[in-house]
Design a binder for this molecule. Structure first.
Ligand code: ADP
Length: 189
């Protein structure tokens, strides 16, 4: 499924493995220690090779880890991309913390990193909805809404943003969110 904006930007949803999709930058769902983990983080490090962790070690030595809601950039090693943006999503705490802002901030920060590097294509996983426990039905509209607004308002050099979603349930939740957002946005135009 995809949504094409009047300004030509494209927001695309596909089911698949994010390490297999060629883009300029792959966004990773990392942890604040930047030490690698399971899920999509493990898959990205396995496919990317040791170069990613070597760069993350340097970043950790220079600035500690990465705070929740932010992201750091490395090269992409053996992945079909130029960069990996390691974003740290919030651990879900029942919505009592600042999780919504922090989740939106992950996507915004990655789009800013893409903008700084003048990149055209970026991919995202469903940040925080795995081990970090963010309910899919809450996370999907936040993720979609943040990227949708960014593309609609031409705030970025990014021409195409692709959510690469690992399973059918996640894809369906993002499709629902995109359909709802596209209907709402049509009113504004
Ligand atoms: P978090 O700790 O942020 O919750 P996880 O990696 O546990 O991150 O899960 C985030 C999402 O990434 C989940 O929907 C999971 O199914 C998905 N995922 C796992 N492996 C991949 C992959 N290779 N490509 C795309 N998405 C993946």
């Amino acid at each position: 499924m995809q949504h094409e904006f009047p300004n030509g930007r494209i927001l695309r949803l596909v089911r698949g493995d994010i390490t297999q999709v060629e883009v300029d930058a792959i966004c990773n769902a990392a942890n604040s220690g930047l030490r690698g983990g399971g899920g999509v983080d493990g898959a990205i490090h396995r496919a990317g090779g040791p170069a990613l962790m070597e760069e993350l070690n340097q970043i950790r030595a220079a600035q500690g880890g990465c705070k929740t809601g932010s992201a750091v950039a490395t090269s992409a090693g053996n992945l079909p991309a130029k960069f990996v943006f390691h974003a740290v999503g919030p651990v879900y705490q029942g919505g009592r913390g600042n999780e919504e802002d922090q989740l939106a901030s992950c996507y915004r920060t990655c789009l800013e990193l893409a903008q700084e590097r003048k990149l055209q294509r970026i991919s995202f996983p469903s940040i925080s909805t795995g081990v970090y426990g963010y309910p899919l039905e809450e996370a999907a509209p936040i993720a979609i809404g943040t990227v949708f607004d960014w593309l609609a308002e031409l705030r970025t050099t990014v021409e195409e943003a692709i959510f690469v979603l690992f399973d059918g349930r996640t894809l369906a939740a993002y499709e629902n969110a995109l359909r709802a957002r596209a209907r709402g946005a049509a009113v504004r135009w």
